[in-house]
Design a protein around this ligand. Structure first.
Ligand code: NOJ
Length: 673
């Protein structure tokens, strides 16, 4: 063992961590980050993380508390510590970046209890230059076949009480909250990703990757920057969080580490830690823009329920199909098309009335799918379940066959429930729901349908393995502006989520409101300028983007609508040009199918002027920059609709100055000549 220790201790091990010798260490390829693993005299495993020679995560516990078994926390010896390297570049079938390098050094620690049942546990660390992932693996063994995890005891003990941006975990409204900024010690139980800023100005996003057959990990902040993993239990009365049969692995626990908030935007650690595509040919999954019978429902101009106000009628759907065909949108979402909306579907058990293959009599699905196909458009199906999962599962096959037979290439799913984050009495983000979500992805793939999931569990990069889980909501989307009693999303919301929620994956935010004052909702308005609505198409990544407003509102501003028509949804590459969490964000992306670039820049409630260097543009190319910016008197509260459009010629040597009004933004199409 002594010899092994000598070989494995690398030069960058920090003095702070070295009160005890690590049993093994591993550094990232450029030695930016490193992990040391320790075993105390009682055989308790722990780890720390070092960034450029300084502790980032102090000594932190590893292990589990189990039901009917002693805890897996101590009494271990190290059987092996194996290192390996990995370096490959893989291609996303669709995404914000076409080619992603997966370059890490791995350390696998094989532990075995010295006495008793001599149970085995592996801990695998993957150390990248921009982050660390680690997971537990339970090898096949006679003494541990069924594993019932009460608590995962993993700690992420930060070295100080850093600043954190977070939303509360298990607080009654899933992931749909405004972000809060406090020290770690004040955050309590929170969802991940939780983004931290250290006193030295490092940015760290704590999250997980490849969440399969396991419960969601929330985390709890404690004194002095200590953080504990906190698994979502099965239910209020059932404390077991996870049941596994060995061999089994946990999701990866991830720390993305960058020297600026902007760099977090292009950190692809969680994708890299997911398995490659398991669906084979996925050319049938197409990024797309869509419109639909949706915002008018939230504005209460029409209703989901049947009767004289019903929105999902054949005539109204045809209106949207015509609009989509005229302006080049691929999809038309229709909500309220099926049986089940007439009762209190959002209350416990109310979702049991939903039927996912029987349209209302005034929705002629055969005629509409024929009409849509004739116009080169497809209908996007909608499965609101009211969180009645058993009802949904009992119809899954029929439901997806129905979509497939009617040419519906995508479906939006929904799990609205009221109260305590329960689905069928079980916690919404526990192992039961995680496995349900996977069953939906699997059957959707079988019928060649892409899934856009609302009120689902957070994204942990599964799209790499199952590219048909194409987008999710899982945060406060734009719909809150229509009806939220707190007045909707404040202007800083969209300046926070690029550095928090969006680190987990694409978001179906549904931007594109042009009528911002919402006359039919006198207590609410959309708290952005019109130009900021355009910026959201670039800042908020999603391969499916809705133009959410009503056709008649777009018809009034066809010049500004041109940006939504032009903007791409599938990207060759992404550059974060700048950003501060909660203040502003500026992102450029290059279209995967042309030489055009698009920029989105937005601010919180403060006006600011952003100077952007265009040095990311292709060498030797000239572009026509069409700039959609706030009008001189634009203001999200008092004059949201004021915008200006100007056009200039630019090359990569140029700089642009963008004036952003309070709650404003700017969007730029850079069309290659
Ligand atoms: C909540 C979803 O986020 C929203 O988009 C949908 O319209 C409603 N549920 C009804 O399903």
């Amino acid at each position: 063992m002594k010899k092994l220790i000598m070989i494995l201790i690398a030069s960058w091990v920090s003095s702070a961590a070295a009160t005890q010798n690590p049993i093994a260490s591993v550094a990232s390829p450029e030695e930016t980050l490193g992990v040391n693993v320790y075993l105390s005299s009682n055989g308790e495993p722990s780890y720390n993380v070092v960034y450029k020679g300084k502790d980032l995560v102090a000594d932190s516990r590893l292990g589990f508390e189990l039901k009917n078994q002693p805890a897996l926390t101590s009494g271990f010896k190290v059987v092996a510590a194996k290192k390996s390297r990995f370096d490959e570049t893989w291609e996303q079938p669709w995404g914000e970046e076409r080619f992603i390098r997966n370059h890490y050094n791995q350390l696998r620690i094989t532990l075995r209890e010295v006495f008793g049942a001599k149970r085995k546990l592996d801990v695998v660390f993957r150390v990248y230059d921009d982050g660390v992932g680690f997971r537990y693996e339970f090898p096949e063994q006679d003494s541990l076949t069924t594993i019932e995890i009460l608590h995962e005891l993993t700690q992420f003990n930060m070295t100080a009480d850093h600043t954190a941006w977070w939303t509360p975990g298990q607080a009654g409204n899933q992931y749909e909250y405004l972000y809060q900024k406090t020290p770690i010690s004040k955050m309590g139980l929170v969802h991940t990703p939780v983004t931290l800023q250290t006193n030295e100005g490092l940015f760290v996003a704590l999250h997980e990757a490849a969440l399969h057959n396991y419960s969601t990990m929330n985390v709890t902040g404690g004194a002095d920057g200590k953080i504990n993993a906190t698994l979502v239990p099965t239910s209020k009365h059932q404390p077991i969080a996870v049941k596994l049969t060995a061999p089994a692995v946990t999701p990866w626990r991830t720390l993305q580490v960058e020297e600026s908030a902007a760099n977090l935007v292009t950190n692809y650690l969680t994708l890299n830690l997911n398995e490659p595509n398991k669906l084979g040919d996925v050319s049938w999954i197409k990024p797309a823009k869509y419109v639909g019978v949706w915002w008018e429902l939230h504005l209460e101009k029409t209703s989901w329920k049947s009767g004289p106000t019903h929105g999902a009628t054949t005539a109204n759907t045809k209106k949207y199909i015509d609009f989509a065909a005229k302006h080049g949108f691929a999809g038309v979402l229709v909500e309220g098309w099926n049986l089940g909306w007439d009762g209190e579907w959002w209350k416990p058990g109310g979702g049991n009335n939903f039927n996912f293959y029987t349209p209302t009599p005034d929705f002629d699905v055969k005629e509409l799918s024929r009409y849509a196909a004739e116009k080169g458009v497809y209908i996007i199906g909608h499965h609101e379940t009211g969180a009645a999962i058993e009802n949904y599962e009992s119809q899954l096959d029929d439901a997806f066959k129905f979509l497939n037979q009617n040419g519906m290439k995508a479906v939006k799913t929904g799990y609205v429930e009221t109260g305590e984050e329960l689905v069928n009495g079980l916690y919404h983000h526990g192992q039961y729901y995680v496995n349900h979500a996977q069953r939906v992805i699997d059957i959707a793939a079988q019928y060649k349908v892409a899934v856009v999931a609302h009120e689902t569990v957070k994204d942990t990069g599964e799209r790499r393995t199952y590219p048909n889980i194409i987008s999710r909501e899982v945060a406060r989307g734009q719909e809150y502006d229509a009806w939220s009693v707190d007045g909707g999303n404040p202007p800083n919301h969209t300046a926070i989520i690029p550095f928090t929620r969006l680190l987990s994956g694409p978001m179906d935010f549904t931007p594109g409101a042009f009528e911002l004052t919402l006359p039919s909702r006198p207590k609410n308005q959309v708290n952005t300028t019109l130009a900021k609505q355009l910026a959201l198409y670039v800042v908020i990544y999603s391969p499916v983007q809705m133009a959410s407003d009503l056709p008649e509102h777009y018809e009034q501003h066809l010049d500004a609508f041109q940006f939504i028509k032009d903007v791409a949804v599938d990207w060759e590459t992404t550059r974060a040009l700048g950003g501060e969490i909660g203040e502003y964000a500026a992102i450029a992306r290059k279209d995967r199918h042309s030489d055009n670039w698009f920029i989105g820049a937005l601010t919180n409630e403060k006006a600011r002027s952003l100077q952007l260097k265009l040095d990311f543009l292709d060498t030797g190319k000239k572009y026509t920059a069409r700039i959609y910016q706030d009008g001189k008197t634009a203001h999200y509260a008092t004059n949201p609709g004021s915008y200006e459009i100007r056009e200039i010629e630019v090359t990569r040597g140029d700089e642009l100055v963008l004036p952003l009004s309070p709650g404003g933004g700017a969007a730029i199409s850079l069309i290659a000549k």
